[in-house]
Design a binder for this molecule. Sequence first.
Ligand SMILES: Nc1ncnc2c1ncn2[C@@H]1O[C@H](COP(=O)(O)OP(=O)(O)OP(=O)(O)O)[C@@H](O)[C@H]1O
Length: 507
Amino acid sequence: MRDDRTGDFGSGTAALKAIADTGGIVVSGSATTGPADAALWDRVKRRLRSELGEDVFQSWFARVEFAEADGLSVNLSVPTRFLKSWIQAHYIEKLLGLWQAEIESIRRIELVVRGTIRARPLARVEPAIAVAEPAAPAPTLIPAAPVVIAAPQRVESEGPGSPVDPRFSFDTFCEGAANRVAYAAARAIAETPSGRPTAYNPLYLNAGVGRGKTHLLHAIAQAARAADPQRKVVYLTAEHFMFRFVASLKNQSAIAFKEGLREIDLLLIDDLQFLQGKSVQQEFCHMLNALIDGARQVVVAADRPAADLETLDERVRSRLRGGVAFEIDAPDLDLRRQILKSRYRLAQNQNAGVAIPDTVIEYVAQSVVSNGRDLEGALNRLVAQWQFTNQPVTMASAEITLRDLVGAREPRRVKIEDIQKVVAVHFNVSKADLLSSRRTRTIVRPRQIAMYLSKTLTPRSLPEIGRRFGGRDHTTVLHAVRKVEELMRDDRSLAEEVELLKRMIDE
Ligand SMILES: Nc1ncnc2c1ncn2[C@@H]1O[C@H](COP(=O)(O)OP(=O)(O)OP(=O)(O)O)[C@@H](O)[C@H]1O
């Protein structure tokens, strides 16, 4: 903690000096914090800034805070796991060196993620960290109404139906392994003329939240009406059905209500799990029987299999069991990519100039694995971040914005084989190419990146990494590591690509 100018220890740093003078043995208390330590940290930051440049400093260190220090270690706190692993991988030696210039006895820099921030409502977006602003602005509050992708334009369906959202069409529905059968059945129903119900009657769609049940029902309703405007198509949520039924009893129009329902050609019932009440369920059962027996098509969607709808009348359940049930699974990676890309195209049409790098879209696809709604929510947040901060969306800022959707996960032990596999697939080369002595550019760069990742993600030594890459010398590995670091400093998109690879390896 010597003052650069005087060579003396600054005033107020007595505690740390005492520790340093005892060769790292803590004299009193296990750690010290105070204005003097903050001054030391300021000095380390000044050095970082001048050695790394303002841009790099702002990207990675502007939100790092000094927590505490003892004679052996310095604890710094960072806002995210991402930042922790980034600094750990790239700057830990530099930090250690700078701290040792202040206190010789320091042996370790500990990075701690600050208290996990509670899940925020979708409307709140934190500022990006990877921006060259002098200080991070306060969180920006986005108006609660959806501003990014236009709000649904609801239109009333004919007769007793619930509103249908024109955006939820077959054109905007992405098909994948998780929903292929349900999608095919939905299309067949929409295209089959009235009076000739399909083999799936009733069709029962079961899926966890946000997996596209409502979207498919709305798509069927719209496509069926477009194919035959005379066809009586009604989309109804179970709640809407209950509301209409109870209201009709009250105003003594129950008979007209029941007759109206029985004339339907195609009935689509959503969220059946919410159907409550004995008389409502009885009426529902009568309607189901009348329609199916009268060769009309019925489609029902719920968030669980019919057998698990415990509050549902056994007669309704049994009638549903007489049809065909399909489940929509959680989207796999390919479907997640499709959904994101289609939503991103929509967002681009509605927000001129919005730019989210491919690597960030891929990051979202890899890390938000739950359902279509969360994917949409993630994309909305990124577009909102871009709108409200006026800063480009980067991998680092996306990680912060989406941290509660992505969910915390302990890093797992990475193997060199995993790295070679992921890098080979990503660059479309074979693992044998990576280990070979071929020196074509298309192989050399992936090989260097794989070596760099092996050095930063595993505890393996340079000679060991060299051995695992076809028996190369440790100096070759060192050269590769330095080369990739140098390239990443000048080429942000390469840096993001490498960051993406890290995440894929950590999957
Ligand atoms: N395969 C998909 N293709 C395109 N968009 C999808 C797909 N799956 C889900 N989505 C989108 O995700 C959001 C949620 O879907 P939807 O409302 O249909 O889910 P749900 O299964 O009805 O969920 P819940 O039971 O919570 O109502 C919608 O905006 C929808 O467009």
